[in-house]
Design a protein around this ligand. Structure first.
Ligand SMILES: NC(=O)c1ccc[n+]([C@@H]2O[C@H](COP(=O)([O-])OP(=O)(O)OC[C@H]3O[C@@H](n4cnc5c(N)ncnc54)[C@H](O)[C@@H]3O)[C@@H](O)[C@H]2O)c1
Length: 352
């Protein structure tokens, strides 16, 4: 019988434990070691899963037999740590964002190519059932011609959250604020469902928190397929409410709200054709609502979607295929976010 793939985790802060739980839930994966320079974090996580703790990533890479290394360190260090792991021939799973600058992403993908290893970047909400359902419908053109797509992220993070790690809310290590950190999930879904963004114009500001980067941002978008859209995001919306990604077409409309279908209307499924004024809303499908816990607390994340994404990487490694969110896929939302920052700096429309 084939031995399960052996995993090591780099970074045992908020998200590292989610990776440990997700890896442990998969039959074809085995957690072997964890590393964090804050050794009590490494020891605590290692004790829970009965694996070996390290205070230093290089020591873990040298001493342990590992197939896959997952990078759960501050965003601006992803490139350094991923390249370190890839240079030892390990496949890597990297937390979002892939990195915070084009140069760092280029360097990372260059190393990946040189070493011939697989690379997957966490965008776990692509694996949510609701997202998969809407994606499939868009691919089948069941929504018709796409006209508008919106991402709304009205979240709350306290000042204590930003103070909980010196890297949070900094340009150097977070790479931005609510857009680069919290909203990248919804921005990735929006561009995955709607297709590439061609141009944008944006405003951002820092209104509530003491931090370098933005805690509110709004962008208007033109997609390559001609549709228009918006991104509106903040970590200053107490107490943190519904995250929504909306896709509208001339034959259907869908919203994903807190990772579940909020509404889904397809002309092909309606009992009666819509009147000139649209459909009577009573014929709409019932709305399901999630709790939206991560709108308030990043540690309230369920591990299920992470496990699905790690399983997707395992499939890619076993079959010598490509994971759903490889390096090229993962750079699109970062390109959009960097474009937003450039628009704010230059007061100009940015063509991506
Ligand atoms: N997918 C999601 O929903 C999600 C949720 C939260 C965070 N994240 C991402 O995960 C990453 C980490 O975020 P976090 O909130 O867990 O941060 P955190 O500060 O809680 O944890 C980061 C950990 O990395 C450790 N670290 C730093 N340098 C290291 C090194 N050289 N070797 C090993 N460990 C090192 C730190 O000591 C810390 O324990 C960020 O990129 C963030 O964007 C993703």
């Amino acid at each position: 019988m084939t031995e399960p793939l052996r995993f090591g985790i780099v970074g045992c802060g908020v998200i590292g434990p989610t990776h440990a739980e997700a890896i442990s839930s998969l039959a074809d994966a085995q957690l072997v070691a964890v590393a964090d320079p804050v050794v009590e974090r490494a020891h605590k996580l290692a004790a829970k899963y009965n694996v070996t703790p390290y205070g230093d990533i290089q020591a873990m890479l040298e001493r342990e037999r590992l197939d896959v290394v997952t990078i759960c360190t501050p965003s601006g260090e992803h490139g350094k740590h991923a390249r370190q792991a890839m240079h030892t021939g390990r496949h890597v799973i990297i937390e979002k964002p892939i990195e915070i600058s084009q140069v760092a992403i280029d360097e990372m993908l260059h190393t990946q190519q040189e070493m011939g290893v697989k690379l997957s970047v966490i965008s776990q909400h692509r694996f949510d059932a609701a997202t998969q359902q809407v994606y499939k419908l868009v691919q089948e053109q069941a929504l018709g011609r796409l006209v508008m797509g919106n991402a709304l992220v009205p979240w709350w993070r306290s000042q204590a959250y930003y103070n909980s790690g010196a890297w949070r809310g900094t340009w150097e290590f977070d790479g931005g604020g609510v857009l680069m950190n919290q909203s990248i999930h919804s921005i990735d879904l929006l561009q995955w469902l709607m297709g590439p963004v061609k141009s944008l114009y944006a405003y951002t500001d820092t209104l509530v928190h003491t931090m370098e980067t933005e805690d509110v941002g709004v962008a208007v978008l033109r997609f390559a397929n001609g549709a228009l859209g918006t991104i509106a995001a903040t970590t200053g919306a107490y107490p943190g409410v519904t995250t929504r990604v909306e896709v509208f077409g001339d034959k259907g409309s869908a919203s994903i709200e807190n990772d579940q279908i909020g509404y889904l209307h397809l002309a092909r499924d309606e009992q009666e054709a819509a009147s000139d004024y649209g459909t009577n809303l009573q014929t709409a499908r019932p709305t399901q609502k999630g709790t939206g816990a991560t709108a308030q607390n990043p540690a309230a994340l369920s591990t299920h979607s992470h496990a699905l994404q790690i399983a997707d990487m395992i499939r890619a490694i076993r079959a010598n295929g490509t994971p759903l969110v490889d390096g090229n896929a993962a750079r699109h939302p970062v390109d959009i976010i960097l474009g937003i920052y450039e628009s704010v700096r230059t007061h100009k429309e940015i063509i991506l």
